[in-house]
Design a protein around this ligand. Structure first.
Ligand code: MGD
Ligand code: MGD
Ligand code: SF4
Ligand code: MO
Length: 739
């Protein structure tokens, strides 16, 4: 059979770059960048191309696996697996109610609409009391900031890169991450374009990252961005540089914000941030007087002790300088398929509508901090977590205090995982159900697709049928519901649609995730309204344009009043939560004499969180997980370049090789996350295990960020110790040394 070329797009990370798949006899031969993709234009990164290794991985789980009494896994039929899971889940529900059941949604879940929707409906239907996601280790603080500012949590403003004159970037490394909460497949060109036009890119980061090295780097102490942002705002107000007209038109609460900032002149925050006052003053003036400017933050801004406050202040700076909802500033996210709109209106994107059993944290979209999972499993009483679904996640590596989570998982009555691999988490599962790769399912983008300077939509058909017995994950939830005699439609956000849905069902049109998305597409702002709007989008039109359709060259601006849900359509600059949180900013550093250094993470070009270390292509070249440490700190600890050192926190300790470099300032240690493989089914990953940085991070409720329950993964107080003599057997470092 001759090879066929199929158009698709990558769903590993947020740019969603166009790809062309070569398929022969139902098997993927290779992937290459799609030259005809309007946004990525022939660009893709090493991970996207290497996805062929994942698709064809001999270590992939391709049949349902059931745990045996000796802890090993044996293949079982789907029918046996689903019936037993349904039974056991029903038992838990009968004895303990929905409050004992939960789900953890991992990051890849956000890249497929069908299963996110259907698992959500399923959990809602059974009244699951324990919903968690990768969001509490990633972006929930950003959502909560948006909820406070705009009354709409999913409204995430993003920088208008093609038109801005000044990009002020906090805690993001897009030359490696390729952009997050920002969809720009050619981000390298977009950043270069700013400078070429005579503009500036300023990168605030404790590490001289790839992005920082290419532009103006402002080194900052970890976890001090709140102080920096308050000082920048302080100077804008003190110098009378605020845009009064914009503020009056767009916002309420300016007096309170001004008052909050008054206490933070740059002279007072310099010791905390490590940035001297004149630099802050100049920066504030340059930003405020630039023709257009935009502040943008990502995980480095979200994962400290004050992540929600930092995200809030980033947007506040945009508002106060007249750069929100303006070309060249921050644009409000837009939707082609109005999933978020629908969710906002139905209340699905809730905040603080209930509190966690442990720690009393507010919910974010119905989810609680994943850091609490271990305690929720081990703490007895009503609502104790007994049955957990893990969908496309590896929380043992990604959630703080892994040792506690790993110890707690075997105590569950039922642990079910939907995944591509046996990983560090689901090795404790009762069942591992083989999920589909993104090449095996149809998709339309949701989450973050609207954070794109261009209005664009591409839908993808499956390019290969699921390998082996892999099944689209949404069908698992549909099947479980059927076996438990439940209707998924009678619930939650869909309730209002019930009459329509039931009528359709009587006509033999069963509601599927795809039908639902198509319906939303057609009634959405660019839809054909089922024929009422000529030239509008419908599924047929998307199929005619497999590379995607540019719907507008520039994302809309001047839409604030329409998208802000607060009364009067104005941005709220003085929420009580933010006043309280600012009051919590002590002036003492989060480090101590015992733990004098501050640890931050590193995201690597050829990793994707924890799950692409089994790709031979990406693992080429004797890759090593190495911490970066400043020469002064290395000397003080007696640690030399290339040696193995021990990093100790109040929670745990790891041993790994260090690179001594001035890439990080004194007092900062940077450690790549996503490593620490052991005992899962991914053989190459296990052979190059590295160590798990989340052995160091804390899951204690008092150590989580207060407003969103975010895990604090940056600015972790640690100390460095030399390891002498050679590392002892059994430690991760020994494994590293043999790779
Ligand atoms: N210390 C520290 N920890 C961190 C971070 C940090 O900066 N520092 N970053 C955090 C961030 S930003 C994130 S997003 C989280 C990620 O946290 P997680 O989502 O828990 O972890 P991943 O490593 O992304 O694992 C994803 C799992 O999904 C599986 N998978 C991949 N594609 C599919 C699919 O299509 N279907 C199914 N069913 N499964 C699939 C993979 O095999 C893998 O097992 O980690 C967080 N953890
Ligand atoms: N190659 C690759 N790409 C990825 C991923 C991957 O694992 N590998 N993961 C994907 C995922 S899940 C996500 S969420 C995105 C994230 O996308 P980004 O947030 O752009 O990625 P990071 O590299 O984590 O950038 C965070 C930066 O914050 C800095 N930082 C740490 N602490 C602080 C601090 O206290 N203050 C400030 N100002 N900066 C700080 C770090 O040094 C780092 O450079 O990337 C995605 N893309
Ligand atoms: S940047 Fe992300 S979306 Fe683009 S090819 Fe790489 S992994 Fe895929
Ligand atoms: Mo993430």
């Amino acid at each position: 059979m001759t090879a066929e070329q199929r158009v698709t797009y990558c769903r590993i990370c947020e740019p969603l770059c166009g790809l062309i798949a070569t398929v022969e006899d139902g098997r993927l031969q290779s992937l290459r960048p799609d030259k005809d993709h309007p946004l990525s234009q022939g660009r893709a990164c090493p991970k996207g191309i290497a996805f062929t290794d994942v698709q064809n991985d001999p270590d992939r789980v391709l049949a349902p696996l059931r745990r045996q009494p000796d802890g090993s896994f044996a293949e079982v039929s789907w029918d046996v697996a689903l019936s037993d899971i349904a039974n056991r889940l029903q038992n838990v529900l009968d004895s303990h109610g929905g409050g004992a059941v939960g789900e953890y949604l991992g990051n890849p879940a956000a890249f497929g609409y069908a299963a996110s929707l259907w698992s959500g409906l399923f959990m809602k239907r059974i009244g699951a009391g324990h919903l968690y996601s990768a969001g509490s280790q990633d972006i929930n603080s950003r959502y909560v900031a948006s909820r406070l500012l705009y009354g709409a949590a999913t409204q995430i403003p993003f920088p208008d890169l093609p038109r801005t004159d000044f990009l002020f970037m906090l805690g993001a490394n897009p030359l490696v991450s390729h952009g997050s909460a920002l969809r720009v497949p050619r981000v390298r060109d977009d950043l270069a374009g700013i400078v070429k036009r005579g503009g500036r890119v300023v990168v605030v980061d404790p590490r001289r990252t790839e992005t920082a090295a290419a532009y103006e780097h402002l080194p900052v102490r970890p976890d001090s961005d709140a102080w920096l942002m308050l000082s920048l705002l302080h100077v804008v107000f003190a110098d009378g540089l605020e845009d009064r007209a914009a503020i009056a038109a767009q916002a309420t609460g300016i007096a309170t914000l001004r008052e909050l900032c008054a206490a933070f002149p740059p002279e007072k925050t310099a010791a905390r941030t490590g940035i001297d006052a004149p630099t802050v003053r100049t920066l504030a003036r340059d930003f405020a007087t630039a023709r257009t400017a935009v502040a943008y933050g990502r995980t480095g801004a979200c994962l400290g002790h004050h992540g929600t406050l930092v995200s809030f202040l980033i947007d506040a700076l945009n508002v106060v300088t007249g750069n929100l909802d303006r070309p060249g500033g921050a644009l409000m996210s837009h939707q082609v398929i109005p999933v978020e709109d629908f969710g906002e209106r139905s209340g699905a994107f809730s905040y603080n509508t209930k509190t966690s059993r442990i720690g009393g944290f507010p919910d974010v979209f119905g989810t609680f901090p994943a850091a609490l999972i271990a305690d929720e499993i081990t703490t007895t009483g009503t609502g104790q977590l007994r049955a957990l679904f893990v969908f496309a996640g590896n929380p043992v590596l990604s959630v703080p205090n892994s040792a506690a989570l790993e110890a707690a998982l075997p105590r569950l009555d039922l642990l079910v995982s939907l995944d591509l691999y046996v990983n560090e988490t689901n090795r404790y599962a009762d069942y591992i159900l083989p999920g589909t790769t993104f090449l095996e399912r149809d998709d339309m983008p949701m989450a973050f697709a609207g954070c794109c300077p261009t209005v664009f939509l591409q839908a993808a058909e499956p390019v290969v049928a699921p390998y082996g017995q892999a099944r689209p994950e949404w069908e698992v939830f549909e099947e479980l519901a059927a076996r438990m005699g439940l209707s998924l439609l009678a619930t939650g956000p869909l309730e209002r649609l019930n009459p329509v849905l039931h009528r359709l069902e009587r006509l033999g049109l069963k509601m599927t995730p795809q039908r639902m998305m198509n319906m939303l597409l057609r009634i959405g702002p660019y839809g054909d309204r089922f024929g009422l709007r000529r030239g509008g989008l419908n599924p047929g039109k998307l199929r005619e344009h497999p590379h995607g359709i540019v719907l507008a060259d520039h994302a809309p601006h001047g839409v604030l009043a329409d998208v802000v849900a607060h009364k009067g359509g104005k941005v709220c600059l003085d929420p009580a939560e933010i006043r309280t949180e600012t009051g919590r900013l002590g002036s003492a550093p989060s480090t101590s004499a015992q733990f004098p250094l501050s640890a931050i993470g590193i995201r690597e070009l050829r990793s994707q969180n924890s799950w692409m270390h089994n790709s031979p292509t990406l693992m080429k070249g004797n890759r090593r997980q190495r911490a970066r440490i400043n020469p002064a700190d290395a000397e003080a600890a007696g640690v030399t370049d290339g040696s193995v050192a021990r990093v100790v926190s109040a929670t745990g300790a790891i041993e790994l090789e260090v690179t001594v470099t001035d890439e990080v300032g004194a007092g900062t240690i940077a450690i790549p996350q996503g490593w620490g493989h052991r005992g899962g089914g991914w053989r190459l990953a296990n052979a190059n295990p590295g160590v798990n940085v989340n052995e160091l991070t804390s899951s204690r409720p008092e150590d989580l960020e207060a407003l969103a329950g975010m895990s604090v993964l940056n600015g972790v107080a640690v100390r460095l110790e030399a390891v002498t003599p050679a590392p002892t057997a059994g430690a991760g470092a020994t494994d590293l040394a043999t790779t």
